[in-house]
Design a protein around this ligand. Structure first.
Ligand SMILES: *Cc1c(COP(=O)(O)O)cnc(C)c1O
Length: 387
């Protein structure tokens, strides 16, 4: 059976060039980077090179990169680290209703500890208003955390403008750029952010490795204690093969971004056009300010879960909401924040395209989906009542 993977926002395959770069660091080049002997020094050099590549990809300097176990840890370290470091100064944090759970739940946990959290609403396209951010800042505000691009609907936030305001008002600004890396230009000075999270497995690197950019002078209180690795901000022996993999993956992702995103946009627009040709299907997310590979639609009178299962039987992998929330039956918090009713939110499907996708994949999906939709609708009491 034909297999079509359109779930690149959940994870991506490791590219062969990346695997090749990583492989020696499991076996022959196995030293501990903290060791002073030649085995250690050789590996230290590889970690330093990966740090240089990561920094170069976002316009940072190498000392500003802290390797973590992924996007989740980078988000938690940024938010909890700033909150603890600045709690004498203030207790107010601003975030948005469409953040990844790593951000949203880290903020909600801080609320239990006495912090005040403003969760900004979004418009029907999932966009945060810059004016809302500005109005929410008070003299107790210590942190603003708003994502660069949304993982479910693909909406790109006005991060550079928010960054400008944060800097003017001297508030620390963190952005979760996990979905943006390799899909959008990311430069920490243009975005004017103090902290930025990324995760390698979202840009064809390995799972379980990410990085937090920490602008020089930004105070973070740490939670883990141990060795002096990662400037003591993230102690513990480095995951060397994964760090090398992240370095190689980000170098490739940024180098080939123009070519990749040009291709993805074309495929995405063809997919969206085809999907909207089915009756009672609507696009979720911003019509233009969206990730190059994201197509999120709601199919009325059908459950997203049933669509996913039927598509899976045809070899097509997509998701409904985010990978982390499927498994629960609650509708996506992102779609609810955009004002969708429960039924429309439940009928949502997210296609996220990547390197491997071709025009034939799009044709195949557009061929199988109308038939699945009409079969599922024919079983729906709501749909028969409507007709
Ligand atoms: C995937 C994702 C994360 C989590 O990253 P992990 O490396 O899987 O922990 C955080 N934020 C966003 C926007 C994501 O898409």
């Amino acid at each position: 059976m034909k297999k079509v993977y359109m779930d690149n926002s959940a994870t991506t395959p490791v590219r062969s060039e990346v695997l090749e770069a990583m492989t020696p660091y499991f076996t022959e080049t196995f030293g501990n980077p903290s060791s002073v002997h030649s085995f250690g020094r050789e590996v230290r050099k590889a970690v330093d090179e990966a740090r240089d590549k990561t920094a170069a990809a976002i316009g940072a300097s190498p000392q500003e990169i802290i390797f973590t176990s992924g996007g989740t840890e980078a988000d938690n370290l940024a938010i909890r680290g700033v909150a603890r470091a600045l709690q004498q100064k203030g207790n107010h944090i601003i975030t948005s209703a469409v953040e990844h759970h790593a951000v949203l739940d880290a903020c909600l946990a801080l609320k239990e500890e006495g912090f005040e959290i403003t969760v900004l609403p979004v418009d029907e396209y999932g966009m945060v208003s810059v004016r809302d951010v500005e109005k929410a800042i008070n003299d107790k505000t210590i942190l603003i955390t708003i994502m660069l691009a949304n993982n479910e609907v693909g909406t790109i936030q006005p991060i550079a403008e928010i960054g400008r305001i944060a800097r003017e008002r001297r508030v620390i600004f963190h952005t979760d750029a996990v979905q943006a890396m390799g899909n959008l230009p990311v430069n920490v000075d243009e975005l004017q952010c103090d902290l930025l999270s990324m995760s390698a497995h979202k840009f064809n690197g390995p799972k379980g490795i990410g990085a937090l950019y920490v602008r020089r002078g930004t105070k973070l209180k740490v939670f883990n204690f141990g060795g002096a690795q990662e400037r003591k901000i993230r102690p513990g022996t480095e995951n060397v093969p994964a760090i090398v993999g992240l370095g190689r993956a980000i170098e490739l992702a940024v180098g080939e971004m123009g070519e990749k995103t040009g291709k993805l946009k074309g495929l995405r627009d063809k997919l969206i056009k085809g999907l909207l040709g089915i009756d009672n299907v609507r696009l979720n997310g911003h019509p233009t300010e969206r990730l190059p590979g994201n197509a999120n639609v709601s199919v009325q009178f059908v459950e997203g879960e049933s669509l996913i299962l039927s598509l899976d039987l045809k070899g097509v992998a997509v998701s409904s909401g985010s990978a982390c929330t499927s498994g629960s039956l609650d509708p996506s918090h992102v779609l609810m924040a955009m004002g969708l009713d429960h039924q429309t939110a439940h009928g949502s499907l997210r296609f996220s395209l990547g390197f491997g996708n071709t025009e034939e994949d799009i044709d195949y999906v557009l061929e199988v989906i109308p038939e699945i939709v009409s079969r599922l609708r024919s079983m729906s009491p709501v749909y028969s009542a409507k007709k």
